[in-house]
Ligand binder design. Structure first.
Ligand code: LLP
Length: 414
């Protein structure tokens, strides 16, 4: 986290001390580093430089318009899973011809919007979806480019909620059915078979499952080729993990190298759909200690961020480092770092050794991915402010949600 360093006793994002941001924007507040985002993108882009490739940022990881716009300016493509994400990418200046559309439940309206926009490819997840897409494209007088998302049945060895590549998961089409489905797709007049796709899970910290999945995909590509179906694009999905605590995920370059060895001298265009590894370690959640409760059994630090702001600890028992913005000298205590939401599951960290005083600022680390994008209004809490740091400057890229905004579409009966 070289873009997050201590200077004069205070944690800074690039050249900006977090205390300054808290003073001006209040807390809780997500703070991102533009330089970190750009470095993360370049790591992918440069590792793939010798192949025809497209990095499609998985928008769900963090869909703030400013972040999408930064990636768009770098030439990134996008992996979307809803009409809302499509609209966001277009609004942020993303190129529709660099958008792939994943997801098991694309609605008629979403398919229409994507065809209208002229996206690069639909990642198809079922036989019914293929039929639906063919029908809608026909009605609109368009040809829809498709990849089949094949489920390679490999164990991603990650949290069961975020593993997607096993037979028992709802994602993709079963490997055994893929050939027949490709034949069916090739026979549908309004579809153009474009590629093959997979995504086996998220927060993977080892290379072998990726390689196993890719090998299975390539076997299928060859079989298809032999039966006259040419695949011009291979989408390997996302899923590369990041370090939250003591994980040791491979660096992007190593991961790409392993894939590249597997691909050999194949000429197809390579797509990737990274989310977490592009944004996870580019942001923190800044929060303030409201109360300290020291008890016989446990000590609680009640902060002003909660599970509605960062759901990952409550949902997956995920571990995020928690660092004081201005570390204090002296003895620490063991704290449960919790939010104000009325649920026992509302915690941000268990058993953290910290020296805190009421009013202190703390940073929840590695909160750039699946933080803000999974936030909610639970307990009628307005969503947090988001700030982008660029060098010595910072910009509010989303203002704190007001009560009026929260209730804007609600109505009382006459
Ligand atoms: N492509 C597809 C089709 C996906 O479903 C996902 C993530 C990605 C790409 C991006 O995966 P990544 O590179 O970020 O691992 N909320 C969970 C993670 C859910 C991931 C869902 N799919 C978390 O906070 O850990």
């Amino acid at each position: 986290m070289t873009f997050f360093t201590h200077r004069d006793g205070q944690l800074c994002v690039e050249g900006v001390p977090l205390g300054r941001i808290a003073e001006s924007c209040g807390t809780p507040c997500y703070v991102y580093s533009r330089a970190a985002l750009e470095a993360a993108y370049h790591a992918y882009d440069q590792s793939l430089a010798r192949r025809d490739h497209l990095v499609c940022y998985a928008v769900k990881a963090n869909s703030n318009l400013a972040i999408l716009n930064i990636f768009a300016r770098l030439g990134s493509g996008f992996d979307i899973v809803s009409g809302g994400e499509l609209a966001r990418v277009l609004k942020a200046g993303g190129d529709p011809r660099k958008i792939v559309f994943s997801g098991v439940g694309k609605t008629v309206a979403e398919i229409r919007a994507a065809l209208e926009a002229g996206i690069l490819c639909f990642n198809i997840e079922s036989a019914s979806e293929l039929t639906r897409l063919n029908r809608i494209a026909g009605e609109m007088g368009k040809i829809a480019p498709v990849s089949l998302r094949v489920n390679p049945d490999v164990d991603a060895q990650t949290h069961p909620y975020i593993a997607t590549g096993l037979k028992e998961n709802k994602f993709g089409v079963p490997f055994e059915d893929a050939l027949a489905l490709y034949r069916a797709a090739a026979g549908m007049p309004n579809l153009l078979v474009h590629g093959i796709d997979c995504h086996i899970g998220s927060q993977l910290t080892e290379i072998p499952p990726f390689v196993a999945a890719l090998q299975k995909l390539l076997g299928l590509v060859d079989q298809l080729d032999a039966s006259g179906i040419k695949i011009s694009q291979i989408d390997i999905g996302g899923g590369l993990g990041i370090r939250y605590r003591d994980e040791t995920p491979p660096p992007v370059a190593e991961y790409i190298k392993a894939l590249s060895v597997c691909l050999g001298d194949r000429k197809q265009r390579i797509l990737l759909e990274p989310g977490r590894s592009l944004v996870g370690n580019t942001g923190i959640l800044l929060t303030r200690v409201e109360y300290l409760k020291h008890g016989a059994e446990r000590n609680f630090a009640v902060v002003d961020a909660a599970m509605n702001d960062l759901m990952r600890p409550a949902l997956y028992d995920a571990w995020h480092d928690i660092q004081p913005v201005r570390p204090r000298q002296g003895t620490t205590r063991r704290y449960e770092v919790v939010g104000p939401v009325c649920e026992t599951g509302d915690f941000l960290g268990h058993d953290r050794e910290l020296h805190l005083e009421e009013g202190d600022l703390v940073a929840i680390i590695s909160a750039g991915a699946y933080g803000m994008s999974m936030s909610s209004n639970y307990n009628t809490r307005g969503r947090a402010t988001e700030v982008m740091v660029a060098g010595e400057e910072f910009h509010v890229i989303r203002s704190r949600e007001t009560f009026e905004q929260m209730i804007a579409t609600e109505k009382i009966l006459p």
